[in-house]
Write a new protein. Structure first.
Length: 131
């Protein structure tokens, strides 16, 4: 068994600026289910949620080594809060890491500092019979 980790930090105000400048930003970054959760947030919480999803998807892409672009789109990765507010990651299509057994995501916000930090940890089966 081995682990892959990806970490990212984003400025919440930079994400807000990107939304204001690019009319299709939400469509490129969020799945329909994520947009539904986003629509339930207002004010600072709206951009905090959006920045956290953007950052968590970047963390996932770093953990897999795929990156965002040629092989993986933002909408191939979905991060939804459960009924307790805990984020869970769901990965679609080609962006799924082969032999991934477990994937965890952690999201931290610091509005005073205008930052969101995320971490993704992926447990991968190595094929080692001792695991």
């Amino acid at each position: 068994m081995s682990f892959r980790i990806g970490i990212d930090i984003e400025s919440i105000s930079d994400i807000k600026t990107a939304v204001e400048k690019h009319s299709r930003f939400l469509d490129k970054v969020l799945t329909e289910s994520e947009k539904k959760q986003l629509s339930q947030r207002k004010g600072a919480a709206y951009y905090e949620y959006l920045a956290s999803r953007f950052s968590a998807k970047e963390s996932y892409a770093k953990a897999t080594g795929f990156g965002i672009g040629k092989h993986v789109n933002f909408t191939d990765i979905e991060i939804l809060d459960d009924e307790y507010g805990k984020p869970a990651i769901n990965v679609f299509r080609k962006s799924r890491l082969i032999n991934a057994k477990n994937c965890q995501v952690s999201i931290s916000h610091k509005l005073k500092l205008d930052l969101v930090a995320t971490e993704v940890l992926i447990e991968v089966e190595d094929g080692n019979s001792n695991s």
